[in-house]
Design a protein around this ligand. Structure first.
Ligand code: NAD
Ligand code: DAU
Length: 357
């Protein structure tokens, strides 16, 4: 079949990437979707079981830092779009091991950019109809005080953690490839995502699983830090809208206008999980355990996504209460997924899948 577009989605076996891959594979049978993922600890092909046999889907195990391999894939699949999500994404890991973050997030992004540039510039149509879409984070803007106004697209970059510094650096490289070579790039900066398939090192899945098993809930500092939460499928829908209708060289903020103090969200998680498990209200409040704060812990993130609403008509579709209920229910219904991830068994899935073909 002659596909209308051939798109590499990097990091498609991760949390947000798997929702983006599923959406594109299902909604665009006329596109060939190539999921390029290294399958680090955060990559899990079981996240995509429901679409892995679709004819317009291909999985390639590769490292974005492997420039010759990316060049080869660009040519083999005649790629005309890249949606780049692959990254090291956990702030606590970046504090322990910043080198891996610079390697993947900065050099990996540069390797993709250079491969796209070399391939697209070798074609007669060059950059026409091409798109390099880089997925970034609100953390590049630094931290807000309680009375500061929200992050807009013109907020100055001020990253604090090795994770956010590496993401900021990659954003600059993407914009530099537009300004220097004319590559049609787009950058989006999104707030905290939650929903199914998130690796249980992040607050929401970790705490749901701990509540279920009556394990302590390690709250950093006093639990007063604020995050702006967005349901992951709303982010995937924003990425779809922006990939198709966003303006080249623009930045769009994506957020939920949904700020929560950690301690308040933790109370909602306890209440919801207990209710869905049929436990009496308040049964697990004593699991809350205040622990030493994260180093350099940003106080508050909050995104102003007015531009995206005004220009492209996107806004979050799900009320937070509904999203949290759906999310807690999903983790409770998918204990096998959680057990595979926490035991490390999911990493055997790829080997078995390929042995059986
Ligand atoms: P994740 O950690 O769940 O998944 C990352 C994926 O990238 C994994 O599948 C992993 O195997 C893959 N990967 C890592 N290194 C790779 C490499 N060198 N080559 C190829 N693949 C590699 O991450 P996530 O939470 O889904 O985040 C996805 C993207 O969205 C990241 O760029 C992150 O910075 C950004 N983001 C995340 C959030 C959030 O709340 N999770 C919010 C805003 C932006
Ligand atoms: O803002 C977008 C970012 O959101 C993304 O770019 C990152 O990839 C993503 O990991 C997320 O970063 P956070 O650091 O905000 O997410 P995390 O789930 O790690 O933590 C959320 C808040 O909860 C934060 O204030 C730290 C706190 N926390 C986290 C954990 C894991 C705790 O208090 N205890 C914990 O055990």
């Amino acid at each position: 079949m002659e596909y209308k577009k051939r798109i590499i989605i990097t990091g498609g076996a991760g949390f947000i990437g798997s929702h983006v891959v599923r959406r594109f594979v299902n909604n665009y049978p006329m596109y060939h979707i190539i999921n390029l993922d290294k399958l680090t600890y955060a990559g899990n092909l079981a996240n995509l079981k429901d679409i892995e046999d679709k004819p317009n889907y291909t999985f390639v195990k590769a490292d974005i830092c492997d420039f010759p391999k990316i060049m080869e894939l660009m040519k083999t699949y005649q790629v005309d779009g890249i949606i780049h999500l692959a990254a090291e994404s956990h702030v606590d890991r970046s504090i322990k091991d910043p080198f891996t973050f610079a390697q993947t997030n900065v050099l990996g992004t540069l390797s993709l950019l250079q491969a796209a540039k070399n391939y697209w510039e070798s074609l007669s149509e060059r950059y026409e109809g091409k798109r390099f879409y880089h997925i970034s984070t609100d953390e590049v803007y630094g931290a807000l005080d309680f009375d500061d106004t929200l992050f807009t697209e013109s907020t100055k970059y001020d990253p604090h953690s090795p994770y956010s510094a590496s993401k900021a650096s990659s954003d600059h490289f993407v914009r530099a490839f537009h300004d220097t070579y004319g590559m049609p790039t787009i950058v989006t900066n999104c707030s905290n995502n939650y929903g199914p398939y998130q690796f249980p090192e992040k607050l929401i899945p970790l705490f749901i699983n701990n509540i279920r098993h009556r394990k302590p809930l390690p709250v950093y500092g006093k639990g007063e830090n604020v995050r702006d939460w967005l349901f992951v499928e709303d982010h995937a829908r924003a990425i779809d809208t922006i990939f198709h209708h966003g303006k080249v060289a623009e930045t769009y903020n994506i957020g939920g206008f949904n700020e929560w103090k950690n301690i308040d969200i933790i109370k909602v998680l306890i209440k919801t999980t207990d209710r869905l498990l049929g436990r009496p209200e308040g049964a697990d409040d004593d699991l809350i355990t205040f622990v030493t704060d994260r180093k350099g812990h940003d106080l508050r993130y909050a995104i102003d996504s007015t531009k995206l609403k005004k220009e492209l008509g996107w806004e979050p579709s799900l009320q937070f209460e509904e999203g949290i209920e759906k999310t807690v229910q999903w983790y409770l219904d998918n204990q096998e997924w959680m057990d595979n991830v926490t035991s490390g068994d999911y990493q055997k899935y790829y080997e078995e899948m390929y042995q059986n073909r």
